[in-house]
Design a protein around this ligand. Structure first.
Ligand code: GTP
Length: 406
């Protein structure tokens, strides 16, 4: 769910077609009645020189049996792929006299493309022109904020996109990351995309945001640091983002890709284990960003509306609602995941990236906590800035009890 864009921006009416979850709804008029297989897209981000291209080359040279499209979002030279893969052809595609895409065909059936417009439409039109792919990898520039890119691909099922966001992988340079996070001169994110009412003044860098949005952190260049430094970096990364899986690598080499880097389904699945791990009380080593866990009692179905109110208030208005219509300075929320247990034993999943959120039915439909009482404890894990766990917990509890602001 996103803030209302206004009527003129409303999407055309859609009709859902029957089929598996990998089947997308289609426009009601003018299109063939053919189910479309959705293609996963993984965003690969990370600070300058952290090993993004090394990871891409590694993936492309692995035997994965997939036809992968690599999208370079930025002003890159495509020739960086020339060393490791035979280039068969290259082409520049023009639109209205403007060069918008450049692509190279790689030896193993993959293609590599530079797209200046990173939007879903540009990528879908590329897919139409070049035929179907099994997978898309999008490498951002080293200074990109993935929080601005992810919502482009995390598209509502109802909008009928042929691609879906599978996950965000953030490369971290083990040798330089501490300096980058602490450097007051390091490039800062575009403040207009963030709420400005946070009460935290601690320095925030683009590297912080890249880590906070990660579903997987690849802690690379481990060969360049001592084991003690590596342990310290790991602790800091976990304090920023306790939800992400962390893999320590040299030259971005990850022995198994499936389920580790690729095919994560990080935006349509939330396991109780991942939330339990995130709530284990990791250190608060970073002054700018942290992860907190809120406990959610089992809800009556009617209380889902109250939860929705709390989410809108927090994510759209940047305010933590508390009783008697007061508001507290709110955190800036970058990523949120949760499992909400209902008293009837069913479970809802919560996913949010910045102001976009979604509450879905859990695929299994019921608690999978293994709790002998049969009732899972609901949890919401928030990664953000200016997070006071006690205030956030109070605001949530108040919202669940009263219909604040109604
Ligand atoms: N020592 C060491 N060098 C590495 C490792 N991984 C990558 N490199 C080197 O670090 C340099 C930068 O790696 P890239 O993969 O180009 O990094 P990137 O994130 O794509 O860089 P930008 O696109 O400039 O942001 C290259 O010279 C790599 O060979 C590693 O684990 N250890």
């Amino acid at each position: 769910m996103q803030p209302d864009p206004g009527e003129e921006d409303l999407p055309p009416e859609l009709v859902a077609i029957e089929g598996s979850e990998e089947t997308v709804p289609q426009l009601s008029a003018g299109l063939d009645d053919i189910a479309v297989t959705k293609v996963p897209i993984t965003i690969i981000t990370g600070y300058l020189g952290s090993g993004k291209t090394t990871l891409l080359n590694y993936i492309l040279n692995e035997r994965h049996g997939k036809k992968i499209a690599v999208i370079l979002n930025g002003l890159y030279s495509l020739h960086q792929f020339g060393d490791s893969a035979d280039i068969e052809r290259s082409l520049t595609v023009s639109k209205d006299g403007q060069e918008v895409e450049e692509w190279l065909e790689l030896a193993n059936g993959c293609i590599c493309c530079s797209v200046k417009d990173s939007g879903v439409n540009a990528i879908e039109s590329l897919m139409e022109r070049r035929g179907a792919f099994d997978y898309i990898l999008l490498e951002t520039t080293g200074l990109a904020d993935p929080g601005n890119i992810a919502p482009l691909f995390w598209v509502d099922e109802g909008l009928g996109s042929t691609i879906y966001l599978d996950g965000i992988v953030t490369l971290v340079d083990a040798k330089n990351i501490q300096k980058t996070l602490d450097d007051p001169a390091a490039p800062q994110p575009d403040s207009t995309t963030l709420h400005s009412n946070s009460h935290t003044t601690a320095h925030l860098t683009t590297a912080h945001l890249q880590i906070s949005h990660a579903d997987v952190v690849v802690l690379n260049k481990a060969d360049l640091v001592s084991s003690e430094d590596l342990t310290n970096v790991e602790a800091r990364l976990r304090s920023i983002n306790s939800l992400a899986h962390l893999h320590v690598t040299q030259y971005s080499q990850i022995p198994k890709l499936e389920g580790v880097i690729l095919d994560l389904h990080a935006y349509d699945a939330v396991t109780a284990e991942s939330l339990n791990f995130a709530s284990k009380g990791h250190s608060h080593l970073d002054p700018a960003i942290s992860t907190v866990t809120l406990r959610v009692p089992s809800l009556e179905p009617g209380q889902l509306e109250n939860l929705d109110f709390w989410l809108r208030s927090l994510l759209w208005e940047g305010a933590l609602p508390v009783a008697q219509r007061q508001t507290l300075p709110a955190p800036e929320v970058y990523r949120m995941k949760g499992r909400i247990a209902l008293i009837d034993g069913t479970v809802r999943l919560l996913q949010a990236v910045r102001e976009v959120f979604e509450v879905l039915d859990a695929k299994d439909g019921t608690s999978d906590s293994g709790d002998t009482q049969g009732q899972e404890e609901g949890k919401i894990v928030i990664i953000g800035r200016g997070l006071g766990a006690a205030e956030a917990q109070q605001g949530l509890q108040d919202s669940l009890l009263y219909a604040l602001g109604s």
